[in-house]
Design a protein around this ligand. Structure first.
Ligand SMILES: Cc1cc2nc3c(=O)[nH]c(=O)nc-3n(C[C@H](O)[C@H](O)[C@H](O)COP(=O)(O)O)c2cc1C
Length: 205
């Protein structure tokens, strides 16, 4: 697949606000793919570089870039999964934990979005973490706009200390999401959605 993605504007360059009906139509029907259905081809290295560039175009209070990426692919990804399997095997609920690994085993490419924390910064931790969520969302949106299937999951290994060490988490870092990427073998079906009116109120004082 070839995708023409414009270069980022230069610093200070005008970035006009323009209507994008195509983006609205895309968002109206955007849907994650099940991680279990993700197969090759994954985004190429060049496409992934573009996706990561787009994913970092998110609101970021204080311009801290409180996030980073760990790309899991090929042989190294298989070793990471094998490491998770051995962590799971040592746990009392190992069988249950192992059964959850299908979602990271199947997809040909996974990007771990790591939320970094700048503890000395004036920006509250909550806001730094939220920015990492925005990165995850932009990454799946951009991947889907390129025609790939994408799924943002956490699962037990996002919270497990030993899994964090295996991934290479540093002080203050947390996994915002494992973003799985590939080609969806199935057409995703629409899921249950909230009744938006039920969660909207107009503040009246
Ligand atoms: C932070 C976060 C963590 C998630 N973790 C999981 C998970 O561990 N397992 C899972 O099946 N889905 C998980 N999901 C949900 C998937 O992303 C799910 O496929 C998604 O809600 C589909 O919605 P969409 O089609 O609107 O993108 C998570 C979602 C978020 C935002």
């Amino acid at each position: 697949m070839t995708h023409t993605v414009p270069a980022a504007p230069l610093f200070g360059e005008a970035a006009p606000i323009e209507a994008s009906p195509q983006t609205l139509a895309f968002l109206a029907r955007r849907r994650s793919a099940s991680a279990l259905t993700l197969t090759a081809p994954a985004p190429s290295d060049a496409e992934l570089a573009t996706l990561l560039r787009l994913a970092t175009r998110v609101p970021d209070h204080g311009k801290l870039s409180p996030w980073r990426f760990v790309v899991l692919k090929g042989e190294a990804k298989a070793r990471f999964v094998a490491g998770l399997e051995s962590i799971a095997a040592g746990r009392p609920d190992g069988a249950k934990l192992q059964a959850k690994l299908g979602k990271i085993k199947a997809p040909p490419l996974t990007v771990a979005v790591i939320s970094r924390l700048f503890p000395g910064a004036e920006i509250p931790e909550w806001e730094q973490r939220l920015s990492a969520g925005a990165v995850c969302m932009t990454l799946i949106t951009a991947a889907q706009a390129m025609g790939y299937g994408a799924n943002w999951i956490t699962d037990w290994y996002a919270y497990d200390e030993a899994a964090g060490r295996l991934l290479g988490l540093r002080e203050g870092e947390r996994v915002a999401g494992f973003v799985h990427l590939g080609t969806s073998a199935d057409t995703p079906l629409e899921r249950v959605r909230p009744d938006v009116e039920a969660i909207v109120e107009e503040w009246a004082g």
